[in-house]
Design a binder for this molecule. Structure first.
Ligand SMILES: *Cc1c(COP(=O)(O)O)cnc(C)c1O
Length: 363
């Protein structure tokens, strides 16, 4: 089998070692003679998996004791309505920083439950580069029920490396595509959440980390499985959780610990992103349209010269060379290389070699 580096934005590549371990123990997990998918979520063997995964995640991110970790359903997008159902009342205001497709989707969904306001949106500078306005240029209404933003916009490849200061307004962060990629201070956030399929594990699982002060405020009509307090009290087992995804996320957390934790993976992520952006910057053939301070370390978007003719050829030839899923999101076009934690630096180097050769022969 040819080695493939998978640059998919999500579901994205998982660490090879993790998949090998899951394969090895698939048919006979823990000596039980069944797979981990086929046992009760309420039995002791699975409870141990669930608790260990939570503990490893708490260790990795330094989650304080007054925060709950929830393993939920519904994906990142499910949280766009789960958040207002849990921490706002009808007629309340939610504030939004809009920096791309995901934060605008969150704002649209919140319109069903709250009044919404967009405090600021991305702008374009004199060189045609997209940037996120600094907080000194906008304001948050202190009476808002919450402030929502997306620190890494997966579609456009825009990352915000500072934390908005919200005063007493709960800060809600959609970290679906950059959770576990770098060190964070959990206490800066009221709620942070992430669909699993980018940097945690298989799809079907949604991770929520919430300050316990925000529990107990759900609307009476909030569905039970999307009620944070009920889930916290039930150890995320109001109903059957996505057990296989939870187990696999646990293997990924162990893998991250073995790599040296978040500080080590953060250094490697920086190295990978720098290599790729530096290569794009020195080329007249490839271009990235995001201002340097807002360039994503997870999703690197780029365009080709003569895109109309060359994009399909680039995609076909890169795919044949074992560099999969480089097509940009349909909303923005061009190319996107998603280089989450599981992408080894060899994959980034192979992509750069391919891009060099493509430019030399077609550019
Ligand atoms: C992928 C993604 C989502 C949506 O995740 P689903 O699990 O498909 O609902 C939301 N926000 C961001 C930033 C994403 O990258």
């Amino acid at each position: 089998m040819q080695q493939v580096f998978n640059f998919s934005a999500g579901p994205a590549m998982l660490p090879h070692e993790v998949l090998e371990q899951a394969q090895k123990e698939l048919l006979n997990w823990n000596g039980l003679g069944t797979s981990v998918m086929e046992i009760s979520h309420r039995g002791k063997p699975f409870i141990e998996v669930a608790e260990q995964a939570e503990q490893d995640l708490r260790d990795l991110l330094g989650v304080p004791a007054n925060y709950s970790v929830l393993f939920m359903h519904g994906g990142g997008r499910g949280q766009f309505s789960t958040v207002p159902l849990n921490i706002s009342k009808a007629g309340d205001l939610s504030e939004h920083l809009v920096t791309g497709q995901w934060s605008i989707s969150a704002e649209k969904e919140a319109q069903k439950f709250t009044k919404t306001n967009i405090v600021a949106s991305t702008e374009t500078d004199e060189n045609g580069l997209v940037y996120v306005p600094e907080q000194k240029d906008w304001e948050i209404n202190p009476n808002a029920a919450y402030f929502q933003y997306c620190p890494n916009e997966t579609v456009e490849g825009i990352e915000i490396d500072w934390v908005p200061q919200t005063g007493g307004v709960p800060l809600v962060a959609d970290m679906s595509s950059n959770i576990l990629s770098k060190q964070i201070n959990v206490e800066d956030y009221g709620i942070l959440y992430a669909g699993a399929q980018k940097n945690i594990g298989p799809s079907g699982l949604t991770l929520v980390i919430i300050n316990n002060d925000l529990l107990g405020k759900a609307r009476p009509d909030a569905p039970s499985i999307f009620n944070y307090e009920l889930q916290a009290n039930a150890d995320s087992m109001v109903n059957t959780p996505p057990t296989f995804s939870w187990y696999l996320a646990g293997l990924v957390f162990k893998w991250l610990k073995g790599k040296g934790g978040i500080a080590a993976i953060e250094a490697q992520n920086k190295q990978k992103a720098d290599l790729l952006y530096n290569f794009i910057d020195q080329s007249d053939f490839y271009a990235n349209k995001v201002a340097v301070p807002n360039r994503s370390k997870m999703n690197v978007t780029f365009s080709l010269a003569h895109a109309k003719v060359l994009d399909p050829i680039f995609l076909q030839e890169s795919n044949s060379a074992g560099l999969a899923a480089l097509k940009g999101h349909r909303a923005v076009g061009g190319m996107r290389a998603s280089i989450y934690n599981a992408m080894p630096i060899e994959g980034v180097k192979a992509l750069i070699e391919f891009m060099k050769e493509f430019e030399r022969t077609k550019g």
